[in-house]
Design a binder for this molecule. Structure first.
Ligand SMILES: [Zn+2]
Length: 338
């Protein structure tokens, strides 16, 4: 097969690779229906994470099960499945507490920007869909694998409640789907922080009620102004920089909740600042597996349309163009068809 490899900064190649095979009896091989490029793929692409050897790329996926190992009991060949970007057994105490991305057997997925993918711990990681979905549902189903699952976790971890005020820091695909998630959870007011007109439009479509364009001190001041000087009940940090994290913490009211799902790069927290902020903090790689059944159901019944974040769709062979479009912020998120 031909698959996506990252050789170094801005060097994405679609090249011949061996087909994946069953390595462990708990593995499955799936034939990719659709995959995509993640905002987190841009960190190594931009050289902000070292790439010491060619790296297979991609961790968002949905497709048809081709083959399963001898110990796979629940997942069957021919099923349409979606899985989390973190493989998990879904049985250990951490999984059972709902934090599958911290599973004692967790494995971060890679190699999904390819026509075939090996999924470890198939029974724990994959969720089968009742039937083969119609093509128009594929983009939305694909989002449940990571980008929607992560936005949803951000809203869940920030304790979004009906009628409450929510701030979303970051207008990437995760932030935009954090807005959608907060809307779905019944938030009263959703303030999206964005300076990009096209992304503001999508945020409003997904349920944002206010847009704040300022950043840093001015951004925090504007949030305070919109919340009677108090700060928001729930703040979702969806970027991962020092500025965005500070902005999130400082926009949260005492007693409120800050979640953080942007992969941190150079973020350092000041103990004293944190101490006096008096907030709840929860974040990390999203336990997408916890939310998959509910999110698949919402998509399947056409209650939400998160697939709208894909504003560009390309054949998988043009994966290098997909990275370029996202790097240059010409596209919010690119879907790839094998
Ligand atoms: Zn586990």
């Amino acid at each position: 097969m031909r698959a996506t490899m990252l050789y170094g900064p801005r060097d994405v190649r679609f090249e011949e690779r061996p087909d994946p095979t069953i390595l462990e009896p708990t593995d499955a091989i799936i034939k990719m229906t659709a995959t995509c490029v993640c905002g987190s793929d841009l960190w190594p692409y931009r050289g902000l994470e070292p790439v010491t050897e060619p790296r297979p790329m991609g961790h968002e996926y949905c497709g048809i099960v081709e083959e399963v190992g001898s110990e796979v009991k629940l997942i069957k060949p021919g099923q349409f499945v979606v899985g989390s970007f973190v493989a998990s057994d879904n049985t250990c105490p951490i999984c059972r507490s709902g934090f599958q991305s911290g599973c004692v057997h967790r494995a971060f997925m890679s190699g999904a920007q390819a026509p075939l993918l090996r999924v470890p711990l198939a029974d724990g990681t994959l969720v089968a869909i009742p039937d083969v979905p119609s093509k128009d549902l594929i983009p939305s189903l694909l989002t449940t694998s990571d980008v929607l699952g992560t936005g949803w976790f951000a809203a869940d971890a920030a304790n979004v409640q009906p009628g409450k005020t929510v701030v979303v820091v970051g207008d990437g695909a995760v932030g935009l789907l954090g807005v959608l998630s907060a809307r779905q959870m019944g938030a009263g007011r959703i303030i999206a922080m964005s300076r990009n007109e096209q992304r503001q439009k999508l945020a409003l479509e997904f349920g944002a009620t206010d847009i704040v364009t300022e950043r840093g001190d001015a951004g925090v001041a504007h949030i305070k102004e919109l919340t009677d000087g108090l700060g928001a009940d729930s703040v979702l940090e969806c970027v991962g920089t020092q500025e965005s994290m500070q902005q999130a913490i400082r926009s949260t009211r005492p007693g409120g909740y800050t979640s953080y799902v942007g992969v941190p790069h150079g973020v350092e927290l000041n103990g004293e600042g944190l101490f006096f902020a008096l907030i709840h903090l929860l974040g990390g790689p999203a336990p997408v597996r916890r939310f998959l059944p509910e999110l698949i159901d919402l998509v399947w019944n056409r209650k939400i349309n998160p697939g709208k974040v894909f504003d560009l769709q390309l054949p998988l062979a043009q994966v290098a163009d997909a990275y370029r479009a996202m790097d240059e912020r010409r596209a919010i998120k690119v879907l790839l068809w094998p």
